[in-house]
Design a protein around this ligand. Structure first.
Ligand code: G4P
Length: 527
């Protein structure tokens, strides 16, 4: 096997999807503990401690206790090299999350077992469905009183339309939580409370009929476990690798992230079954991860990652081949050769210089405004990766300057921020307004703060009656011209000069669509 294939096969690149508060941060912390990337749990979100997560760069995040940025952590586990892409946790700020999901090969779905499937998980699962991303499930918070586990599986099956294959099964819950029975290994692993910040020595009882089980968890619970398992194993699906890789079946693990229990079972499953870096589609052909030549795409641009550097970093998913320091890449959209001498990797939050990186890895390129989300880089071939969307914003504000003389800076700032995907900006064709559109309301605050700190412009918002926006196109030039003439008052250019229909109401949008059936109104746009 070539060295490249060996490196690629080792890699597992995944992200966590969950509803806020289900335990994503906690489980990330424990995963890093197992990956030896943290010495002691409690440092990812140790509010107030100076060892706070490296992803909490911006002051605002710290103030609000939410992570606006996406970061990447790489660590070894078993024989695998795992890349965990962190996704912003706040409900509001989801555009970045969506795009991050285009850069992974599998997802971990964390569910609060007291609550079951919640809104945001539902929404994010819709996104993973677009690419049939394989999903591993972790039912969290078993140290609390949870819902009937069978009912939880039913809910995932019915609401998310995905078969469940339990790999472990809980023994009690809440105060009575004794551990899990690992169905594949035929062993009970016992839980000790109060050990959440370390990797625990495990007490394992082999076999369901083992009398040690009675001694450890009591006769009643042991009997109940055996009965439940008979039912569960009869009624639920067996794990099937092919269905899992197809996104149709999810292996389900039970545990408590806070108690650091069961997280290792989940990681074992994930590293064993989740796919190594997968092929990605371009406009012309599919690119396999093990192709010799380097290719990659940018899914995220982040500013101010390190207050000392004040730079912007473009996050690139390597799709094929290998990156090595100093290599030349073709920045396909602008048709230019660039010399990449100082890409960064994200080893567990520390920015280090990437010496080598392979398909499946994420590297960070310093960006001086030339890189946009969705850009493809190759070793020469003219390719364009597809499937990295911009989403039509759902909230709008007019943005205005306190000092009107700085209009040029404001525009420059907004266009750059929109290139990053931090916000979207629209310039109506008929006036000089600047309309800012966002998917989540938090984006507005981020933009004003960044305009001030990075572009020295003081801007304020005003309400505006815009309800939604759609990118428009039409194959018929004549009909498109007619549409543009009639709808001029509602047309605008976005940050990338794409024509957009700005609808004051949904009714207006529907009517306009009916009147111009040949015009395509798009909710998402790819660069
Ligand atoms: P998120 O990133 O998905 O939003 O969730 P996070 O990990 O921050 O967890 C949300 C809350 O749930 C936290 O409590 C966390 O301690 C708790 N939690 C996570 N996993 C478990 C678990 O297995 N069992 C129990 N009982 N609780 C769990 P918090 O009080 O909101 O925050 P904190 O002050 O503890 O940090």
């Amino acid at each position: 096997m070539s060295a490249l294939i060996e490196e690629v096969n080792k890699r597992r690149t995944f992200a966590i999807i969950s509803h806020p508060d289900a335990g994503k941060t906690t489980i990330t912390e424990k995963v890093l503990l197992f990956g030896k990337a943290l010495q002691k749990a409690g440092t990812v979100k140790g509010r107030g401690s100076n060892q706070h997560a490296k992803s909490d760069w911006m002051d605002m995040e710290k103030e609000r206790g939410i992570s606006v940025t996406t970061s990447v952590m790489q660590f070894p586990y078993n024989d695998a090299l795992v890349n965990l892409l962190d996704t912003p946790g706040h409900e509001d700020f989801s555009e970045d999350t969506y795009r991050t999901l285009t850069a992974v090969d599998s997802c971990l779905m964390v569910i609060d077992a007291a609550k079951g499937v919640e809104d945001r998980t539902r929404k994010l699962m819709e996104v993973t469905r677009l690419r049939d991303t394989p999903i591993v499930t972790f039912m969290n918070k078993l140290d609390r009183d949870i819902r009937d586990p069978m009912e939880l599986l039913d809910e995932v099956e019915n609401e998310l339309n995905m078969a469940c294959a339990p790999i472990s099964w809980p023994i009690g819950c809440g105060k009575e939580f004794k551990g899990v029975y690992h169905i594949h290994r035929d062993e009970s692993i016992l839980y000790q409370s109060g050990q959440g910040h370390t990797i625990q020595d495990q007490k394992i009882i082999k076999g369901l009929e083992n009398p040690e089980l009675e001694a450890a968890i009591g006769e009643e619970l042991a009997e109940q476990l055996r009965e439940e398992l008979e039912l569960v194993i009869g009624a639920s699906n067996e794990f099937d690798l092919e269905l899992f890789l197809d996104g149709q079946l999810t292996p389900v693990f039970f545990g408590t992230a806070l108690g650091n229990f069961g997280v290792d079972h989940m990681l074992d499953g994930l590293t064993e079954w989740a796919p190594s870096p997968m092929a990605r589609e371009t406009e012309d052909r599919k690119v396999e991860a093990t192709e010799d030549k380097f290719t990659g795409f940018v899914f995220k641009i982040q500013a101010n990652m390190d207050p000392k550097h004040r730079d912007r970093i473009a996050f690139m998913r390597i799709v094929s081949g290998q990156y090595s320091q100093g290599m030349k890449m073709n920045h396909v959209r602008i048709g230019k050769q660039v010399n990449i001498s100082d890409a960064v990797t994200f080893m567990a939050g520390d920015r280090e210089r990437a010496e080598d990186a392979y398909a499946g890895d994420i590297i960070g390129l310093h960006n001086h405004g030339t890189i946009q989300i969705g850009d493809t880089f190759t070793q020469g071939e003219k390719l364009k990766f597809t499937g990295i969307p911009n989403f039509a914003p759902e909230m709008f504000r007019r943005i205005r300057l306190k000092d009107p003389l700085k209009q040029k800076q404001l525009l420059k700032g907004l266009v750059q921020l929109s290139e990053e995907g931090a916000v979207q900006v629209f310039r109506p064709l008929i006036n000089n307004d600047l309309i800012v559109g966002a998917v989540g309301v938090l984006q507005f605050d981020v933009v004003v703060q960044r305009l001030k700190s990075e572009y020295s412009v003081d801007a304020i918002y005003e309400g505006i009656s815009v309800s939604t926006a759609r990118w428009v196109k039409c194959d018929d030039v004549k009909k498109f011209e007619e549409f543009k003439r009639k709808a001029e008052a509602n047309l605008a250019l976005d940050g990338g000069d794409n024509l957009t229909y700005i609808a004051p109401t949904m009714v207006n949008l529907n009517l306009t669509q009916e009147r111009h059936p040949d015009v395509v109104f798009m909710k998402t746009r790819e660069n």
